[in-house]
Design a protein around this ligand. Structure first.
Ligand code: SAH
Length: 339
């Protein structure tokens, strides 16, 4: 607004209209006519376009493939080779309410060896508006199911590799005139970018943090997740401890189980030693097999046994409920299919 020579409060007025669901500047009754015209000529209010949607017959999970516009707003997605990108969001129903998993980047440059989202590298960061847009568009399409009350930033991308946009997104999601979602109902997942964890503890002490651990030795973790070469296990665990000391919040450690790689009893013992005494919870995810990675999944039975072993060592652990297993709901697979 200041760039347009307008006072700052006008931006707040526009913000409030947008989150009331208004989609043209003409409807913004408390803006002067001249400003409405100026805005219509220079700015666009747009939600992502649905390129594909899959609905699970078993549990109502819906997976969306969204077309994002390029940064050049005069180019239509379909004709655009300069950044218009497809990204995924997943809508899930839980006992405690509706939840959405959103993407923070188009692609990813973290290079985890088992993950579909990183296979073609990073195309670009998503803006805060594009993260919010995923939620608004999904809410439009699930009207009969009510509102979305929980957000997980666990789709494509590493949120702490796009920190500034993530921070803006979190503020808007939380704002009473924005989505009005409690910080406690939002979870951000990182592969272990330590400077991001430190900033996050400072900036968003009420938002939940999940850390993708997946291995119990540096050798194994580095072979699965290149980020471990930069931020090794002991430094990561230390950062996690500092995070809980500062925020008082329980960390979720994600542990994707891969057959013959990180699924032995010894792994469970090492994991419980690593996390001993920490305010945490382990979320075990049987690998969603991605063709071409060479990694295989474990049985649900083995995952449950592993969780029981951890519980026996006083580390609370649960196996993630399998949602949308009859559709391509798993981790970046729909997006890959469309390339
Ligand atoms: N970059 C962030 C968030 C996105 S991934 C992170 O790494 O945490 C969300 C979770 O899904 C991570 O724990 C990730 O390691 C895991 N994941 C990725 N591909 C997977 C697959 N094929 N099967 C099971 N979990 C996977």
């Amino acid at each position: 607004m200041q760039e347009l020579g307008e006072p700052k409060f006008r931006a707040r007025q526009v913000f409030e209209w947008v989150y009331k669901g208004v989609s043209t500047f003409d409807e913004m009754a408390n803006l002067p006519k001249a400003l409405r015209t100026k805005l219509s000529e220079t700015v666009e209010i747009a939600l992502p376009e649905v390129l594909d949607m899959q609905v699970s017959k078993t549990d109502g999970t819906r997976k969306f493939l969204f077309g994002m516009r390029s940064n050049n707003k005069n180019v239509d997605v379909k004709d655009d080779n300069s950044g218009g990108e497809a990204i995924e969001s997943v809508f899930m129903k839980y006992k405690y309410g509706n939840s959405i998993c959103i993407s923070s980047q188009a692609g990813c440059r973290m290079g985890c060896k088992f993950c579909a989202s990183t296979m073609n590298g990073l195309t670009r960061n998503l803006t805060a508006g594009e993260m919010i847009g995923q939620i608004l568009k999904v809410e439009q399409s699930i009207r009969n199911d009510g509102r979305i009350g929980h957000i997980v930033v666990m789709g494509t991308g590493e949120p702490f590799d796009n920190y500034d946009n993530l921070a803006k997104f979190l503020s808007i999601a939380h704002d009473p005139a924005g989505l009005n979602i409690s910080m406690r109902n939002i979870t951000v997942s990182t592969c272990g970018v330590i400077p991001g964890i430190e900033r996050f503890a400072e900036d968003f002490p009420q938002t939940n943090l999940a850390i993708s651990l997946h291995a119990t030795t540096d050798e194994m973790r580095s072979s699965m997740m290149p980020i471990n070469n930069r931020y090794p296990l002991d430094e990561l665990i230390n950062a996690a401890k500092k995070y809980t000391d500062k925020t008082g919040r329980r960390i979720t450690f994600e542990y994707t189980m891969v057959n013959g790689v990180n699924d032995s009893d010894d792994d469970a013992i090492r994991l419980s030693k690593l996390l001993k005494g920490m305010l945490c919870h382990v979320n075990i995810i049987p690998l969603n097999k991605v063709n071409g990675t060479g990694f295989d999944t474990v049985s649900r039975k083995r995952a449950t046994e592993f969780a029981k072993l951890l519980d026996g060592y006083h580390i609370p652990a649960t196996v993630r409920r399998e949602l949308g297993s009859d559709i391509d709901a798993a981790c970046g697979q729909l997006r890959l299919k469309h390339r």
